[in-house]
Design a protein around this ligand. Structure first.
Ligand SMILES: O=P(O)(O)OC[C@H]1O[C@H](O[C@H]2O[C@H](CO)[C@@H](O)[C@H](O)[C@H]2O)[C@H](O)[C@@H](O)[C@@H]1O
Length: 253
């Protein structure tokens, strides 16, 4: 890393006071839950849900989960009572309400077929079928990462889809949205409107969320090891995020 590249080691830990009055946008994987070997390997504990519920009460409802996961999956994981933006800003749902999402495209089914054909007889590769997108995971077979990327890019070009790189993952999904557009959309509505946006995330896909929060007068908090980022603050890992959020609740009295 060059001397001029910003890094979390240069970034301060966020002041707890930032949480008061925040409209809080939380990424899920790598931010609220540690990265696991497979998407299904992540378990959400009751303590996390209780912590987020306390925060939501403290912030008059201004807590949203903004994830690459589908809303269906976020609800299955236990986030049904929260405001949700899923599939990288393509889907939205109020607590308990119907999901607002575009229909699944035939192109996504075609991509899924191609991913399955590629993953066949390559142990460790995993195809994740999601509501309106599809992911090809290579965490357990990193030797296929480069080929997986080439395949994803060529399919995207042929099928008119958007390549979403992630952590040991390529996803194909419709374009036209990202976590930044999700922040803008949610900040225009109650209950998030009126708060100061604070986006906490770990992945490159969270950078758009940081940018949107900054544009709207707020800030980003990067979770994890040093990398170039738009975030103004950093927290080392998932446990530090939870500790920070708990400190915010304690400070609110
Ligand atoms: O926006 P996020 O909430 O961070 O979701 C991004 C993707 O997360 C999941 O994949 C990642 O986490 C898995 C479980 O820890 C891990 O096995 C995988 O390697 C990571 O890429 C999820 O499976 C994707 O659907 C999300 O888009």
């Amino acid at each position: 890393m060059s001397e001029s590249t910003p890094s979390p080691t240069d970034l301060p830990v966020p002041p707890v006071a930032l949480l008061a009055g925040a409209a809080l946008f939380l990424d899920f994987d790598g931010t609220l839950a540690p990265i696991a070997d497979t998407p299904d390997g992540v378990v959400v504990d009751g303590d996390l849900i209780a912590l987020l519920a306390q925060l939501r009460d403290m912030l008059d409802g201004r807590v949203a989960i903004v994830s690459g996961r589908s809303i269906e999956t976020l609800r299955d994981l236990g986030f049904g009572d929260f405001l949700l933006a899923g599939t990288h800003g393509l889907e939205f749902a109020e607590p308990g309400a119907q999901v607002e999402a575009p229909p699944r495209q035939a192109a996504v089914d075609e991509a899924e077929t191609a991913f399955n054909a590629f993953a066949h007889e390559k142990p460790g590769l995993l195809v994740e079928r999601k509501s309106i997108s599809v992911g090809l995971h290579f965490r357990r077979a990193p030797q296929w990462g480069e080929d997986a990327g080439e395949l994803a890019r060529s399919l995207a070009k042929r099928l008119g889809l958007h390549v979403q790189p992630g952590k040991m993952l390529y996803e194909l999904r419709p374009g036209g949205a990202d976590k930044g557009s999700a922040v803008h959309a949610l900040m225009a509505r109650d209950p998030m409107a009126g708060g100061t946006p604070l986006f906490i995330g770990d992945d490159v896909t969270d950078e758009e969320g940081f940018a949107a929060a900054i544009e709207l007068g707020g800030a980003g908090i990067l979770v994890g090891p040093p990398r170039s980022t738009l975030a103004s603050f950093s927290l080392e890992q998932v446990a530090a995020v939870r500790h920070y959020l708990a400190q915010g609740i304690a400070a609110s009295g």
